[in-house]
Design a protein around this ligand. Structure first.
Ligand code: FMC
Length: 268
């Protein structure tokens, strides 16, 4: 009906105007989501963040918030902590979505940065130690062979576009595919290739899902620890390169945060 249609148009126009205003506002509040302690701690030191003694998160969760002011930015670095039963880093999609959701609710970030290590496809130009800024994210382990559910499962979406970061920091870009396994079955490999991915991780698309629910812009910084088409077993290569690649990752995140300081979203 005409009046309803007009009403919808007005709401859409208002939402667009609000989004345009947000794009022009200086970025002041960023959340960094990092799955592994080894990746998180050097950045905590670099930005001189403090651990939050009275967590903003619900009682009982192992999630850790480090926070502080770096340059003119309020930085919250969220690490999902150690699993309460197995005592290892809480990697993977479930915790990534949960902490992103809770961080948006509690901290209202202007921008989310998900940073971490990943596996790269040499055939698509990835080398050990490269840092990618993902152009798109998708899942490769959510198979629902029913029309439309199949696309929902893959959940492909574009990330927040940052052409100036890419150019100024001379970063590589490519698509990121996310699943809950460190290794890769032949079926995973086929689906990752179908996603046209250059890098594979265990959190990116899950962070993007939660961020998109609330229209919070999110970017994905992924450093390559191991190669799909390399000649070493995944776990061995991952552990061997983890420390050196983490240093490269942390430097890239610092460069990005330095670039963001004093800018608005539309300048990224
Ligand atoms: N496959 C999937 N994820 C990773 C990877 C690989 N070969 N290498 N590094 C990662 C990332 C994941 O996102 C996890 O946070 C962690 O490192 C591995 O448990």
């Amino acid at each position: 009906m005409a009046p309803q249609h007009e009403g919808t148009e007005v709401v859409a126009e208002e939402a667009e105007a609000e989004a345009a205003d947000a794009d022009k506002k200086l970025i002041s509040n960023i959340v960094i989501v990092i799955a592994m302690q080894t990746e998180a701690l050097p950045l905590v030191q670099r930005f001189q963040l403090m651990e939050d003694p009275d967590t903003v998160f619900p009682k009982g969760v192992p999630w850790v918030r480090y926070h502080g002011i770096y340059k003119d930015l309020r930085i919250n670095l969220i690490w999902p902590g150690k699993d309460p039963i197995w005592g290892v880093d809480s990697v993977g999609t479930i915790t990534a979505s949960l902490v992103t959701f809770a961080s948006i609710q509690e901290l209202k970030p202007d921008l989310i940065i998900n940073a971490g290590t990943s596996r790269g496809f040499q055939a698509k130009g990835a080398c050990i130690g490269d840092v990618f800024l993902a152009s798109d994210v998708a899942f490769h382990e959510r198979r629902l062979p029913i029309p439309v559910f199949d696309e929902y499962g893959i959940g492909a979406r574009r990330t927040f576009s940052t052409p100036n970061i890419l150019r100024e920091l001379n970063m590589k870009t490519g698509k990121l595919s996310t699943g809950d396994s460190l290794d890769m079955s032949p079926q995973d490999e086929a689906l990752i290739i179908a996603n046209d991915a250059t890098v594979k991780d265990m959190e990116g698309a899950a962070v993007a899902y939660a961020a998109d629910l609330f229209s919070v812009p999110a970017i994905f910084v992924k450093a390559v620890t191991d190669l799909v088409d390399g000649d070493k077993p995944t776990a061995e290569e991952f552990l061997q390169n983890m420390v050196a690649v983490t240093a490269t990752l942390d430097q890239a995140v610092t460069n990005i945060v330095d670039f963001i300081s004093g800018k608005c979203l539309s300048e990224l």
